[in-house]
Design a binder for this molecule. Sequence first.
Ligand SMILES: Nc1ncnc2c1ncn2[C@@H]1O[C@H](COP(=O)(O)OP(=O)(O)OP(=O)(O)O)[C@@H](O)[C@H]1O
Length: 321
Amino acid sequence: MEHVLAKPRVETGANDNLLLEVSGLRKGYGKKQALNEVTFSLRAGTSFGFLGPNGAGKSTTMKILTGIVKADGGQVKLFGRDITNNTGAVAEYIGYVPQEITLYEKMSAYDNLEFFGQAYGVRGNELKLRIREVLEKTGLGDRAKDEIKTFSGGMKRRINIAAALLHRPKLLILDEPTVGIDPQSRNHIFEMIRELNNEGVTIIYSTHYMEEVEVLCDEIAIMDQGSIKASGPLGELLERYGRQAIYMEAAGMKEPPRDPDVIKTTKEGSGWIMETANVGEVMQRLLLAASQQRYDVKQLEVVRPSLEQVFLTVTGTALRD
Ligand SMILES: Nc1ncnc2c1ncn2[C@@H]1O[C@H](COP(=O)(O)OP(=O)(O)OP(=O)(O)O)[C@@H](O)[C@H]1O
């Protein structure tokens, strides 16, 4: 197989650490503009989450990264090299786990892995070694000789991920790998991804489950209607787009508490949530006012910004799971 890329250089400076640079990707299907100027970059070693509802354009972006779908415009660079619309990078550097299971049902797990390994150009004893290695990661080594059709959806998914690891990719792209699978396999997949990331594999993980990116990813891109609405480390997104708020509940308090620094007040259970940029001072004033008016304060606490709130702020809609 022709190698289209030079081996990555030893990474020294901040920019050398960029594994993937995606700029201005555009893609239309007929009249439907699926992607509109998608731009993001990825440092080596990151676990990057693509969060967005169905139809946001996550799969299209990933298929363009792997060269399966051709972009109408824009550029994809891997280790500084242009790989736009080029499938060669997948063979050498990228492992891709598509949304659909792509295994042969009538073949054993082992034979499937052998087939995919050969397709990636791995042969002989090296292939045997790598099959053992990836099977160990799946936790399904004892089922290696069983036909795939006897596996649960989650187990098939684990083998499918294993198949994408045989050429030891630097970047692993997983498109909604936990949709419709049992919790045990889901946990196992999470563990596999964490282990790979700890070993230095860069991860792109697409999902419409908020809690998955929260536990798995150190950087997040929020995607909606064909473009990235916000991206960055979770903490930064929370800081930039999540509003700080205070929850207050006091016996006998019929009207919402008032304070000039409160931007918005909403009723929540028996109390109120007050959004403010000035949590500390507002809290003090609320306490003082409550004691002057002799209210018995039951609860007064800071409400931490959530990813859900960030999503709402940047897209204008709630993410429907
Ligand atoms: N082959 C295709 N032909 C026509 N339209 C398509 C095709 N593939 C995707 N689309 C449309 O492009 C838009 C983006 O789809 P895409 O699959 O990339 O989104 P997604 O975020 O991955 O959602 P999902 O989780 O449903 O796959 C959607 O409106 C979808 O209907």
